[in-house]
Write a protein that binds this ligand. Structure first.
Ligand code: SF4
Ligand code: SF4
Length: 384
């Protein structure tokens, strides 16, 4: 794919990130791989494959594209679409076993919520290694003898990603609204689009201002309600709305439009857009848990007596919650407050030393976490 096609697909599919877009599964050769060439595996979400192929440019390796029903790695694994079965099937049907002499496959770290490394090994004889969170880190990870630095394990939410999330919210809504206003109320075409692009951009660009020090398990959440999303960031969506209203009034005064009808119409429309975005503002970030329910309150509990210091928890945790003492063969969870309740550590722990516990003391065992995946609103209900 040339640079122009890449830029086109990258831009359009960034706008459509909220929807699964599948591509062909199977084996892809990158460069001139020999029998020792590394094997990487990813999901069949088109945008991911596009970006992973770009990150692998210049390497000689194989890329296995496994079926995730067109979902991205994180959502597909958490929702049960990108599973142990998807990986086993890709390894056993793609012909990769005839192309290389080793049996080592690098999986995306964010698949650890739904793909069981031990099961891959047991069912195929392939050793699953947990690669870095971001595809751009694959070349240095490979050069570093398949060893991840701490930075390679952590999810971040930098400016580029925040812009992508703003575009993901704005693009489909503005497309629908543009079609409607173009034919029915052409005078509204520009202001509606300004609103639909302006509010998401404002929300995500200002994210560092209000996210610092946030803790989704904080007491203040319990004070309101586990189900009340508007208050998850305290009153942030309302503050953003106030900022937008100030801009609206300023515009109204400058353009001589500041009538009650103008203010009410656009004030109400902007509130509606902010409420839609804030319905799952946490889930639109990789830093907090999605959903509108008490699963956000779950805490990971470590049974020190069972822990053998294998370190899988540290390898797969996207929030860097763990510290593993290799000398004493034991783990600690010093940054448990950063946990996003993904369950990856629990799924991968070979000694079942980890489990979730609810604020009411209810235990979610490793068996439950492996069996039940997250539904559309981030609740663990889907049986796989
Ligand atoms: S909790 Fe489990 S995965 Fe983590 S170090 Fe202990 S035994 Fe290993
Ligand atoms: S500690 Fe929390 S965020 Fe880290 S892997 Fe476990 S469940 Fe996920």
């Amino acid at each position: 794919m040339n640079a122009l096609s890449y830029a086109f697909f990258n831009a359009v599919e960034t706008g459509l990130r909220g929807f699964p877009i599948p591509c062909r599964t199977g084996l892809v050769s990158i460069g001139s791989p020999d029998r020792d060439a590394p094997v990487f595996l990813t999901c069949n979400y088109h945008l991911t494959v596009l970006r992973v192929k770009k990150a692998l440019q210049g390497m000689n390796c194989y890329l296995l594209v496994a079926n995730s029903k067109g979902y991205n790695v994180w959502c597909g694994a958490a929702g049960g679409h990108f599973s142990t079965h998807s990986v086993v099937s890709a390894l056993t049907t793609s012909g990769i076993q005839d192309r290389v002499d080793h049996r080592r496959v690098v999986l995306p770290q964010l698949a650890a919520t739904g793909v069981e490394g031990r099961e891959i090994d047991r069912r195929t004889g392939w050793t699953a290694l947990w690669g870095p969170v971001y595809a751009k880190d694959i070349p240095p990870y490979t050069a570093n003898a398949f060893s991840k630095t701490r930075e390679m394990r952590k999810v971040r939410f930098p400016l580029g990603q925040r812009l992508e999330m703003a575009v993901m919210w704005a693009f489909p809504f503005s497309l629908i609204a543009s079609l409607l206003t173009f034919f029915l109320w052409p005078d509204f075409l520009l202001p509606v689009n300004l609103l639909l692009w302006g509010v998401p951009l404002l929300t995500f660009l200002s994210f560092p201002l209000y996210s610092r020090g946030l803790n989704p398990q904080a007491k203040r959440m319990e004070r309101f309600s586990a189900y009340t999303v508007i208050f998850d960031f305290s009153k942030i969506p309302l503050i953003l709305w106030a900022v937008f209203l100030v801009g609206l009034v300023t515009f109204g005064l400058v353009a001589n439009h500041a009538t009650w009808e103008f203010m009410l119409r656009w004030g109400f429309a902007s509130l509606l857009v902010i409420l839609i975005i804030s319905i799952d503002l946490m889930g639109s970030t990789p830093l907090y848990k999605s959903g509108l329910h008490e699963d956000r309150m779950l805490k990971v509990q470590l049974d020190v007596g069972k822990c053998k210091g294998a370190g899988f928890c540290e390898q797969v945790c996207p929030r860097d919650c763990y510290e593993v003492d290799r000398q004493r063969h034991t783990a600690r969870i010093p940054r448990a407050d950063l946990c996003v309740q993904c369950g990856a550590c629990i799924v991968q722990c070979p000694f079942d030393a980890l489990q979730f516990v609810s604020p009411g003391g209810e235990i979610l065992t490793p068996e439950t976490i492996r069996k039940y995946k997250l539904n559309m609103i981030g609740k663990r209900l889907v049986r796989v």
